[in-house]
Every structure is written in C-alpha cells, then in structure tokens.
Design a protein around this ligand. Structure first.
Ligand code: IPM
Ligand code: MG
Length: 376
C-alpha cells in the first residue's frame, strides 16, 4: 500500500485531481491518499501557502500528487492577507517552487507526446521530452528591488543603474551535471536517439557557459546517444519549424519553464502538459497548467494532463503495467474523439472525460459509475 500526499490546491486543482482519482481507482492502485493543505486560502488565513504541517506530510509519504494553486502579485497578496497578518513583511513564494527546492526535486520531467487524432496537435508524431533543471537558475528567489549598497563596491556592478531591480541567476556544476545526466540516463533507458542541451552561452557566458561545459562532459560518457546544443532563442524557432528533429531536451530552470509550455502547445496545449518533479528519494507529480480561477467550479477543464501526471506517478513508483494501461486508455479516448472537452472543441465536462478514460480501462466499472452519478 502506497502513501500518497494528496494536494489538490485551489482553483480547478480539486476538480482535475478528482478526475485523476477516478482513473487511479479504476486501475486499482493500492494507495492511501493523505490530504495536505496547500494554496491561496492558507496564504490569506495563515500567511503561508505551504504550511509546515504539509511539509511534514511530504516527509512521511512515498510521493505527492499536486493539483494547482493561485498566485497573485505582491501587493494583492498583501491586501488579501487576514488583517492580523498584514504589515508583517510576509512574502508569498510559490509553493511548488518551494517544494522543488526544499525536497531537492532537481528534475522537472515534462514529456510532450502527440496523441494520435488529437485535433489540437500541431503535427502528428511529435514525441519530445523536456528535462528542466528544477532547483536553481533564475528561481533561487534572490532578488533586490534596489541595488544593495554593498554591491556598488564591486567594479563589475558599476554598469547597473542604482535604482535597478535585480534578480540573480545561480548555476552550479553539480546542478548542471545531475540534470544532464538524468536526461541521458532517461534517453538510454527509453531508447531515445538524441539529447539537445539548450542554453544562451553567447550572452550568459558565466552561467550558461558552465551549464554547457558540464553538459559536454556528461555527454561524452554516452557515445551511443547523439548530443547537440542550441541557443534558446533558436530553439524556440526550430521547435516550431521542425519539432520532429528533437527528442530529449535538457535545459536550465527558466528556459525549461518557457520551452516546456511551447512543447506542450505542440501536442495540444496545457490540457496535455504534465510534470514530474523528481529527486533521488521523493517526487511531486502535477499537471503543468495553473489553477485557472475563472474556470473553477465549472467542471469544464481538460483533466487529461492530471490523469497523465497520475500515470507518471505510477511509472515512478514502479507500477509500470498500471501506468501503461492509463496511457493506452487516454490514447484510445483521444483517438476515438467522441468525448472532447472545450479546449478540444467539444462540450464534455471534466468528469465526462475522466469517465471516458475509466470506460476505456474497465467498461463495466464506467457504467456503474455513470449510474451512481445519475442517481446523485
Ligand atoms: C511551471 C509553472 C511554475 C514555474 C509557476 C507556477 C511558479 O509555470 O511549473 O512551469 O514557473 O515553474
Ligand atoms: Mg511554467
């Protein structure tokens, strides 16, 4: 029996997580799901969107499943705090970014595979996998609304206007090596032909230079896998022009954030983008999309990204067969094209879509479920 930290969050998070649970139950995944508090309501009530008790829960479970949460800009975040918490200099930091860093979940794995028959596919046969470094880069959270006085003593800083805001980017050799190695190991295990390291080393000479150097060294250990490199700007263009030329893409945190949305759009958009935040001992699985507050409670968003995140969770836990069944069922539902959510041009609800996947897995169970839903 697995113990899963279940973190639906807010906005559409709970709806898509419920949909994923229907599918997990259909494959009889043996798990205890332990609910964890996370999201905007805990920010406003407690001043912390990821309370300490939830961090403890993460430390006592096999892995976590996360829906989505709402983030708002600094001023709004302050305004929405409970009165007794205002003016205390609390600062909102994205809980998912915190979980990645706290638990050292250094791999952000984002497969982008076109399911045959999806009307949203940019092209058929796209099958990309993005490895995004998940703990450092532009996400370290070291930022200054004004240049600190101590910086101005550094000669290299003379070029920065005194009233500039600064965000620091930190790249380490260790961080670079381990994400690139993870990409190559994945490529080797999954018979992938090529790994492309994406950077901007012609401008970000120190940080991307280090990333690229580490990538080249790791690549040398995998002579059977083709290795190439690309500047991130060119990569955006090439991915649109020739998406089939790419296979496994590995890059730093912010570039991976941007490119993985682009790649998700190639295979149907955010309704199909799913992620694993994976470390050596723990992992958090999630749909890549946000909490879409304007759709919350309408039961209309596409749950396939979340269902595919559940599939990835099972793969990571070693439940390969159940994972393969889910993927196959999703492929069937998409190919048949009878049940489509609004993003796919249809009018099926979140639950309809989850039920279609359940039906593809276990037809007898789906009819029973439909009966129960009708009976209320
Ligand atoms: C993602 C998201 C997050 C990120 C946000 C919600 C902080 O865009 O997982 O890609 O920037 O990493
Ligand atoms: Mg993103």
């Amino acid at each position: 029996m697995y113990r899963i930290a279940w973190l639906p969050g807010d906005g559409i998070g709970p709806e898509v997580c419920d949909a994923a649970r229907m599918v997990l139950d259909a494959v009889e995944f043996p798990a205890e799901y332990v609910h964890g508090d996370i999201g905007w309501q805990f920010w406003t009530a407690e001043g912390d969107a990821l309370p300490e008790r939830t961090i403890q829960l993460l430390r006592s479970t096999d892995c976590a499943f996360f829906g989505a949460i709402t983030s708002k800009p600094a001023q709004e975040a302050e305004r929405e705090l409970a009165p007794h918490l205002r003016g205390r200099c609390l600062s909102y930091r994205s809980p998912i970014v915190r979980m990645r860093q706290l638990l050292d979940l250094y791999v952000c794995l984002r497969p982008c595979k076109a399911f045959s028959g999806n009307p949203l596919n940019y092209r058929e046969d796209i099958d990309l996998v993005v490895f995004r470094e998940n703990t450092e880069g532009m996400y370290i959270g070291v930022e200054f609304p004004r240049v600190p006085e101590s910086f101005t003593q550094e000669r290299a800083m003379a070029a920065i206007p005194r009233d500039a805001a600064l965000s620091l980017r930190s790249i380490t050799r260790k961080g670079s090596e381990r994400i690139v190695r993870a990409a190559f190991e994945y490529a080797a295990r999954n018979h992938r032909r090529k790994v492309t390291a994406v950077h901007k080393a012609n401008v970000l000479r120190a940080t991307c230079g280090l990333f690229l150097e580490a990538a080249r060294e790791v690549a040398a250990g995998y002579p059977q896998i083709e290795f190439d490199t690309a500047n991130v700007d060119a990569m955006g263009m090439w991915l649109l022009k020739n998406p089939r030329n790419y296979d496994v893409i590995v890059t730093t945190n912010l570039f991976g954030d941007i490119l993985s949305d682009l790649c998700a759009q190639l295979v149907g958009g955010m309704g199909f983008g799913y992620s694993g935040n994976i470390g050596d001992r723990y992992a958090v699985f999630e749909p890549t999309h946000g909490s879409a507050p304007k759709y919350a409670g309408q039961h209309k968003v596409n749950p396939l990204a979340t269902i595919l995140a559940a599939k990835m969770m099972l793969e990571w836990l070693g439940e390969k067969e159940r994972a393969a069944q889910i993927e196959q069922a999703v492929a069937e539902v998409v190919a048949r094209g009878e049940v489509r959510t609004y993003d796919m041009g249809g009018s099926a609800s979140t639950t309809d879509m989850a039920q279609a996947v359940v039906h593809a897995l276990r037809p007898e169970l789906a009819s029973k479920l439909a009966g129960e839903l009708r009976a209320g």
